[in-house]
Ligand binder design. Structure first.
Ligand SMILES: [Mg+2]
Length: 263
């Protein structure tokens, strides 16, 4: 199967290499400098959870939400409310749930994010929030790279430090721990735009494992790569990424403008 989504060109996505448009081309030597390769992209931005590190179990994150309720004196929150605050929280939902318990949304959200970050850092140190093996393939990509995550910024910082990846990424963004950040996270382009500006990129590509990653990339006018890892097996994407791959080890091939499958 061709790695490139068949209708990506027709739906308005840029082709990765536009022959004849020399302005966007850069001649780069890959594979030990054996052959010159035309690169269509000048930066790679990646999601974190499900791409760089494994995702954290919902049960662990739910524990952090219950802890935040407890911090503010709510001993027995509705399990449905706890579940709703684990992932994909909108400012409106936060407002509604906090209001139901007579909590200040900003104070509650800060506790929720802080506890969520703390449990994830604990998972990191115990080896449960592991790095995917194929992250090693990023070393073969001679382009500036960055991370744009909807996780807390402090969590992303801890991950990069724990796995000694600070030098790999020229910039990285997670959310601030306030309700306003919920409107800025993907699928919004806010943090993507900041990362692109930091890297000075004009032809970036975004790599993610969620619909919101692909939506954010499209909204920012960027091409995208959907990585269908095991946890996305059978997952029906409602939006079309420019490429779909099974592993980051296929990423250097795409960036070389060669969408042929490796298997
Ligand atoms: Mg993800």
């Amino acid at each position: 199967m061709d790695g490139r989504i068949a209708d990506a060109g027709a739906s308005g996505h840029r082709l990765p290499i536009r022959w004849g448009d020399t302005r966007s081309h850069e001649t780069t030597f890959l594979g030990g400098g054996v052959s010159p390769v035309l690169m269509g992209y000048d930066a790679v931005l990646l999601d974190n959870d499900g791409i760089i590190t494994r995702m954290t179990d919902r049960a662990v994150l739910a524990r952090a939400v219950r802890g935040a309720f407890r911090d503010l004196g709510v001993r027995d929150p509705d399990p449905a409310d706890v579940d709703a605050l684990v992932v994909g929280v909108t400012p409106e939902l936060l407002e509604e749930i906090a209001g139901r318990y007579d909590l200040d949304p900003a104070e509650f959200w800060y506790r929720r994010d802080l506890r969520s970050s703390m449990v994830q850092i604990r998972e990191l140190r115990s080896g449960k929030k592991a790095l995917y093996d194929d992250v090693a393939a990023l070393a073969d990509i001679p382009l500036p790279m960055g991370i744009v995550s909807s996780n807390q910024h402090r969590t992303i910082e801890a991950i990069l430090e724990h796995y000694d990846l600070q030098d790999r990424f020229g910039t990285y963004y997670g959310r601030e721990m306030d309700p306003a950040s919920l409107a800025r996270k993907k699928p919004a382009t806010h943090y993507l735009d900041l990362a692109v500006a930091d890297l000075g990129a004009s032809e970036p590509i975004f790599v993610g494992d969620s619909e919101s990653d692909i939506q954010a990339a499209a909204a920012a006018g960027m091409d995208s790569v959907f990585v269908r890892r095991d946890h996305r097996d059978g997952f029906d994407l409602a939006v079309s990424p420019t490429y779909e791959i099974a592993s980051l080890s296929e990423l250097p091939r795409i960036l070389n403008g060669d969408p042929r499958p490796t298997h």
